[in-house]
Design a protein around this ligand. Structure first.
Ligand code: AMP
Length: 180
């Protein structure tokens, strides 16, 4: 069987071996994803146990799904869509939109509510959307901090935090914001 980017994958795991819920497997099949990429194989089972991990892989190797799928799998099944239970920090507005739409796409498995918040977008609109509730916030550090200071974002229920392109965030001078 030939799989990810044409590599021979006879000994590669299937998505169904990684411990993901049926609803997510159905979405992946729908999207035509045949097998997990190497970073997905390594990170998904680990993240599903709830342990911390640091992942490193080149662009275009499926990093987004590597954290998005376990994050979605860990969403509470009931009584959600109010306070976010996951926070994804990204360095740029472009990545914010991209990651948010990817999570939204996989998250239709559970009707997960995702909300991108980044600078340059009217804060008033973000505040009213936050009030309506969400499951996953994807944001740039500056704008997330702004909402925390205004007390318009409550991270009290967050169980999972992802720093996407953490090296890039540090290079861009977000170290202090991340600490805060
Ligand atoms: P990323 O590295 O997260 O930007 O992903 C690169 C592209 O690969 C995106 O268009 C994903 O939709 C796609 N992708 C991610 N994982 C898989 C997979 N297991 N099989 C096929 N395509 C994938």
């Amino acid at each position: 069987r030939r799989g990810w980017r044409g590599t021979f994958m006879s000994d590669v795991t299937d998505f169904s071996d990684l411990g993901l819920r049926e609803e997510l497997l159905a979405v992946l099949a729908d999207l035509g994803y045949e097998a997990p990429t190497p970073i997905q194989q390594e990170s998904i089972p680990q993240m599903l146990t709830g342990s911390d991990l640091l992942g490193q892989a080149a662009t275009g190797t499926g990093k987004t799904a590597a954290f998005a799928l376990p994050l979605l799998n860990r969403l509470p099944q009931q009584d959600r869509g109010k306070l976010p239970t996951a926070l994804v920090l990204v360095p740029t507005r472009e990545l914010c939109i991209q990651v948010s739409s990817a999570i939204h796409r996989y998250g239709r498995a559970f009707d997960a509510r995702t909300l991108p918040i980044y600078g340059g977008q009217p804060i008033g609109r973000q505040i009213s959307t936050l009030k309506r509730g969400t499951d996953i916030v994807i944001g740039t550090p500056g704008r997330v901090l702004d909402h925390l200071n205004r007390r318009t974002l409550d991270l009290g229920s967050v169980a999972t935090v992802v720093l996407d392109e953490a090296d890039e965030m540090l290079d861009m001078g977000f170290a202090e914001d991340l600490d805060s």
